[in-house]
Design a protein around this ligand. Structure first.
Ligand SMILES: NC(=O)c1ccc[n+]([C@@H]2O[C@H](COP(=O)([O-])OP(=O)(O)OC[C@H]3O[C@@H](n4cnc5c(N)ncnc54)[C@H](OP(=O)(O)O)[C@@H]3O)[C@@H](O)[C@H]2O)c1
Length: 324
C-alpha cells in the first residue's frame, strides 16, 4: 500500500510502499478514502511534541470502508482514555504517533474505535470530523456547558477546532461571535451564522468590546499567550473559558482580581473520552452539520498540506485524498 511516512523531524513525510497491515485480535482493517490534517501533525513534523517516536505514518483523522463489512466508517483517534471521564489516564495516546495513523491506504484499529460515518456527510466531510470535532465538542459542551441563548466567543476562527466549535454553538442555539487575524475569515464566519467578528491583532480590540457592553458567557480558545488576558476582559460575570491549545505560549499578565471578582471558570480541555466522541457524532447527525473544508490535497502532495497549515491559510479542514 501507499503511505506517507514521517522518518525525521524537521522534514516532510515521504511516500513509501508498505505491506497492507493485517488486523490483530479484536482489530478491524479500514481502507481509507480521506484523511485530514491537524496542527498536531505539524508540531510532530517540526519536532515540537513530547515523546516523538519515528518512523510513523501520521494522521489522526480518517474515513473509509471496513474491509470486512463494507460499512463506511470513521475512526475515534483517542486510545486508552481510561476509567475517569474527567481526564485521560497516563497510557492515553492519539492516533498518528506513536501508533501508525491515517495517511495511508489501509489501517488496522481496535473494533471499538470504529463508528458508522454520519450518513448525511460525504466521506471527505466525515474525515474532517474526528479529532477537531471531539475537541470542540468537549471544550464547548462537556467542559464549558454552553447553553441555548448564551453569548459564545470563539477566538481565532481560522482553526479547525474553532470552526467546529462555532458550528456546534450555532446548532445549540447560542449567539456566536468570533475573532480572527483576517477580515476575510470573519466575513466567512458571519456568512456561516456568526453574529459578528473582531480582529484580535488590532490594538485595543477587547477594550472596544467592553465599551460596547459586549461580554460573553462562554469563550473557547487555543492561543493562550499574552492575549489571553484580553479574554478575561471580555468575559461576562460567571463566564466559562475553555482552553484546548497553547499556540502563543505562556499566558502572561493575568489579573487574579478579574478572575475572582467576575467568578470566572478557567477550564482546560483535551480531545474527548469515548462518550464525548459518540455524543459528537450524534450531535453532528442530528443537526446535519457540514464540516467546512478549506482545501483537498492528493496523498502524493502531502508536503503541501503541511505548508498550507503552517502558513495558516486555511478556513476549515485540510483534507487528504488517499485514493487519488
Ligand atoms: N488539546 C487538544 O485536544 C487539542 C486538539 C486539537 C488542537 N489543539 C491545539 O489547538 C491549536 C489549534 O489547533 P487546530 O488544529 O485547530 O489548528 P489550526 O487549524 O492551524 O488553527 C490555528 C488558528 O489559531 C488562530 N490563532 C493563531 N494565533 C492566534 C492568536 N494570537 N489569538 C487567537 N487565535 C490565534 C488562527 O486563527 P485565525 O486564522 O482566525 O487568525 C489560526 O488559524 C493548536 O495549538 C493545537 O495543538 C489541541
Amino acid at each position: 500500500m501507499k503511505a506517507a511516512v514521517l522518518e525525521e523531524t524537521g522534514k516532510d513525510p515521504v511516500i513509501r510502499t508498505m505491506d497492507i497491515p493485517e488486523p490483530g485480535p479484536g482489530e478491524k482493517r479500514v481502507q481509507l478514502q480521506y484523511a485530514a490534517l491537524n496542527h498536531r501533525d505539524v508540531y510532530i513534523r517540526n519536532g515540537q511534541y513530547a515523546r516523538i517516536q519515528l518512523p510513523v505514518i501520521p494522521g489522526s483523522d480518517g474515513c473509509g470502508t471496513d474491509t470486512e463489512s463494507g460499512e463506511r466508517v470513521v475512526i475515534n483517534p483517542s486510545f486508552g482514555w481510561g476509567d475517569d471521564p474527567r481526564a485521560q489516564g497516563s497510557s492515553y495516546t492519539i492516533l498518528g504517533m506513536p501508533r501508525n495513523g491515517t495517511f495511508a491506504e489501509y489501517i488496522c484499529v481496535p473494533e471499538d474505535r470504529i463508528h458508522a460515518a454520519p450518513e448525511h456527510l460525504s466521506s471527505a466531510g466525515a474525515a474532517a470530523l474526528p479529532l477537531a470535532g471531539v475537541t470542540a465538542y468537549r471544550a464547548l459542551f462537556t467542559r464549558a456547558q454552553a447553553r441555548k441563548g448564551e453569548k459564545v466567543f470563539i477566538h481565532g476562527i481560522g482553526g479547525g477546532v474553532a470552526l467546529f466549535a462555532m458550528q456546534f454553538a450555532l446548532a445549540a442555539g447560542c449567539e456566536v461571535y468570533v475573532s480572527s487575524s483576517s477580515e476575510q475569515k470573519i466575513q466567512d464566519a458571519v456568512a456561516l451564522g456568526a453574529k459578528d467578528g473582531f480582529l484580535y491583532n488590532t490594538e485595543g480590540w477587547a477594550k472596544n468590546l467592553v465599551a460596547q457592553k459586549l461580554a460573553f458567557d462562554v469563550i473557547v480558545e487555543s492561543a493562550g499567550g499574552p492575549g489571553y488576558a484580553d479574554l478575561l476582559t471580555i468575559a461576562a460575570p460567571g463566564a466559562r473559558i475553555a482552553s484546548y491549545g497553547g499556540t502563543r505560549g505562556k499566558m502572561d499578565g493575568l489579573s487574579p482580581q478579574v478572575i475572582f471578582w467576575k467568578q470566572l471558570s478557567l477550564l482546560g480541555s483535551t480531545m474527548g473520552n469515548d462518550n464525548d466522541f459518540a455524543d459528537m457524532l450524534a450531535f453532528v447527525s442530528r443537526h446535519g452539520i457540514e464540516p467546512v473544508i478549506s482545501e483537498t490535497f492528493a496523498l502524493e502532495n502531502i508536503a503541501d498540506t503541511y505548508t498550507y497549515m503552517h502558513e495558516a491559510q486555511q478556513f476549515g479542514k485540510i483534507i487528504i485524498d488517499i485514493q487519488s
